[in-house]
Design a protein around this ligand. Structure first.
Ligand code: SF4
Length: 497
């Protein structure tokens, strides 16, 4: 059991995380979004291999599909001896410390490390990672002259084939490494000790469970904490929750007893839980919100994808690209509920077709409701920028969007079943606990936005019957999102009678 780059950085976030990875990996919760990011990171790594020109790659796999590290180490030795200028995945192992360098570049007098990242900025974790690599390679007898990080340039706009020299920004971080490098030897010794420990370490929850990355062992580590607890408070930061936790303020009873300052939603959350209060309803607040709405009334929800490497011309890395919407609408308050929807063809840039349909489907100057409208407004603004001929109509739709989330964010309605979350996925079941038609779990294939994105991106080249089935699932999912808004709006009308 040795250290690697990722194990080292995980140790730096939380020593117990490294121990869990080693002995209790099965206790991690699954995170499909993380798996997708990991896959995307590998694709970006492959793309970056040519950044410095011709290269060789050491990567080898065993028969069961795992990395064949002994072969990679052997390949690296061979290429170093041959004086190859760029070695990708150059592998080194020294005193139980392993690392594979994304690109090892030979200079006249030594070597340079190039670490490739799929994010759009350099963070402390990357510097920790680079310092570890420099240390391992230094111990392996290499003279490391410079360390660079190649990360994603979010100003890059694709035009034709992906230009990797524009897609990546390369920054020399050599001068930023000393404080991180100075800690490597000590950290490595402590991390190896942790790996060798047989007994599970005792580590309390805190800010380290969320930053720099949310830890997948959270459920396991907090299994004995009373629920709900101070970490569940609405929008509390990890460091604030840790501060309270360390003072012995754990339960909501503790929170009230300690008299800590709570915001409006937190106060409702704590008191409704603690005193088992019925749904909080502020009729005047709800009525004031409903009075801002006019008819016909539209309910809009987009689905979008964002990829590190833009799929089409005119798109930046990680730009939100809408591919689907659902639109429920009524002409008058108690009128018939009508529905329109759009789901793009997965084989081309979806934006033009979506924008054209959107301006057809939503008349000018009508009132449109979205849930957390910042996203819908941002998507429409971007469409208006790309399609000047539709801009006026798109911006008119945008100007008339109201936010259903405001009712909940302003605390006009709170039910303890929301559990301190105002996401529509929490609010809907809290307001309609026994309605199977409004239960996202009862949908096929697609149950949340992450799955919608992954499903849409997987459609290309798929066999027809499977494709048709998944497209139907996408439509059903997005339709439920706007139906959820309709139901919430109807419930609000009932509540303020
Ligand atoms: S949940 Fe927190 S304490 Fe547990 S392993 Fe993760 S970071 Fe460490």
């Amino acid at each position: 059991m040795n250290l690697s780059k990722s194990k080292y950085t995980r140790y730096c976030q939380c020593p117990k995380m490294l121990w869990m990875d080693t002995y209790k990996k099965e206790c991690a919760t699954q995170d499909p979004a993380l798996e997708r990011r990991f896959k995307e990171g590998n694709e970006v790594g492959d793309l970056a291999m040519g950044l410095l020109g011709d290269f060789v790659e050491t990567t080898a796999y065993t028969d069961d599909g795992k990395l064949d590290i002994p072969t990679m180490l052997k390949n690296t030795k061979k290429y170093l001896a041959q004086g190859v200028e760029n070695i990708c995945e150059a592998a080194f192992s020294k005193n139980r410390c392993y690392c594979a360098v994304d690109i090892l570049h030979k200079t006249a007098t030594g070597y340079e490390i190039y670490e490739v990242k799929s994010s759009t900025e350099i963070t402390d974790v990357y510097l920790l990672d680079c310092a570890y690599q420099k240390w391992v390679l230094g111990n392996s007898g290499l003279n490391i002259e410079h360390v660079f990080i190649a990360y994603i340039n979010n100003k890059y706009v694709r035009s034709g084939e992906v230009d990797i020299h524009q897609l990546f920004t390369i920054e020399d971080v050599t001068d930023r490494l000393p404080p991180y490098y100075a800690q490597v030897a000590e950290n490595v010794a402590a991390a190896l000790e942790y790996i060798d420990k047989k007994d599970e370490p005792d580590m309390g929850p805190g800010a380290h469970c969320f930053k720099p990355y949310p830890c997948l062992y959270w459920d396991y580590c907090t299994r004995d904490l009373p629920k709900p607890n101070v970490f569940d408070l609405y929008r509390i930061s990890g460091s604030k929750a840790e501060e309270y936790y360390n003072k012995g303020i754990v339960t909501f009873a503790d929170v009230l007893r300690a008299g800590i300052k709570l915001n409006n939603i937190q106060y409702k959350q704590v008191t409704s839980e603690q005193f088992d209060l019925p749904t909080h309803v502020d009729k005047l607040g709800i009525k004031a919100f409903l009075d801002t709405l006019t008819y016909p009334l539209y309910f809009l929800d987009f689905e979008s994808f964002q990829t590190c490497v833009p799929l089409y011309d005119g798109i930046r890395p990680y730009q939100q690209v809408p591919f689907q919407y659902s639109l429920h609408y009524i002409i008058e308050p108690d009128g018939e509920l009508l529905h329109k929807e759009f789901l793009a063809d997965e084989n081309s840039d979806p934006r033009r077709a979506l924008a054209e349909r959107l301006v057809e489907d939503i008349p000018q100057s009508v009132c449109t409701l979205a849930y957390n409208k910042a996203f819908e407004c941002m998507v429409i603004k971007q469409l208006a920028e790309v399609f000047p001929d539709l801009s006026e109509k798109l911006l008119n739709i945008r100007e008339n969007i109201h936010d259903l989330l405001d009712v909940f964010r302003d605390g006009f309605v709170y039910d303890k079943a929301m559990g301190g979350s105002l996401s529509i996925k929490s609010v809907l079941p809290a307001m309609f606990p026994d309605n199977p038609d409004l239960n996202y779990h009862n949908l096929n294939d697609v149950h949340n936005g992450t799955e919608a994105t992954a499903t849409f991106l997987s459609l290309r080249g798929m066999e027809k019957s499977e494709r048709d089935k998944l497209r139907a699932s996408l439509l059903a999912y997005c339709k439920l999102d706007t139906m959820a808004m309709v139901k919430l709006w109807q419930r609000l009308r009932e509540l303020c009678v």
